[in-house]
Design a protein around this ligand. Structure first.
Ligand SMILES: Cc1ncc(COP(=O)(O)O)c(C=O)c1O
Length: 233
């Protein structure tokens, strides 16, 4: 069993973004992970500890294949056909349940009850956050002790990456570094919850058509990259 499934990804300075904001911007290239996103950090970590939509599914399918375990990935019918294909290419069984994430999640939970499968959550588990925290410990190791970011920019879906980043910042002594959390318009549940001061459920997420395929806001969030901004000296 490998020590972990994720790679130490490059930390690249973006000249165009640095020019745009007038200070150094570094990008952590999580898109170069074997499963295509940071999700492998948390899901790999969780799968190693636990006996045994999209990017989370890919990470789970990849890790299961590497561990020699069968994986069933439950996704909603709104998922693009390419996602289904890529999951199947990883050797996973794909089950389509309902229209949105909640429906697929309910079905995954039902399968754990009825078929004794182990549930791998996509964002809501302390072991995932512990795994995702490695994105920050890697950055700190790469930058060295004398450099500290002025801010970290992170995209939010279910909030797992954000929790991992918070944890990682604490681990490396950067708890005072501000985090800018970004969500996609139309799928901004974190923003709505903060405004309401409690957990809220969005009525729906925005959807529109691209080349005849109905797309949901959530799919446009994904750059798979974490940005770090540095104060100018
Ligand atoms: C590339 C990418 N960035 C960010 C996110 C948001 O992550 P989380 O759901 O942990 O908030 C996701 C979620 O799938 C993602 O795939």
């Amino acid at each position: 069993m490998p020590e972990h499934f994720h790679l130490n990804t490059p930390l690249l300075e973006s000249t165009s973004m640095s020019k745009l904001v007038g200070t150094s911007v570094y990008l952590k290239m999580e898109s170069s992970q074997p499963s295509g996103s940071f999700k492998i950090r948390g899901i790999g970590h969780l799968c190693q500890q636990v006996p045994s939509s999209g990017n989370a599914g890919m990470a789970a399918a990849y890790v299961a294949r590497k561990m020699g375990l069968p994986a069933t990935i439950v996704i909603p019918s709104s998922s693009p056909p390419l996602v289904v294909q890529r999951l199947q290419d990883q050797g996973a069984t794909v089950k389509i349940a309902g229209k949105v994430w909640d429906d697929a999640n309910a079905e995954a939970l039902r399968l754990t009850e009825t078929e004794g499968l182990t549930y791998v959550p996509p964002f809501d588990h302390p072991l995932l956050w512990e795994g995702h925290a490695s994105v920050i410990t890697e950055v700190a190791a790469c930058l060295g002790p004398s450099v500290k970011p002025g801010a970290v920019l992170v995209s939010v879906g279910g909030g797992g990456l954000l929790c991992g980043v918070v944890q990682g910042l604490k681990q490396v002594g950067w708890a005072d570094v501000p985090i800018v959390a970004m969500e996609t318009v139309g799928a901004d549940c974190f923003n709505a919850a903060l405004k309401a001061g409690k957990v809220v459920t969005l009525d729906d997420i925005t959807r529109w058509e691209v080349k005849g395929i109905e797309m949901f806001s959530l799919f446009f969030l994904r750059s798979s990259i974490l940005a770090l901004i540095f104060e100018t000296v």
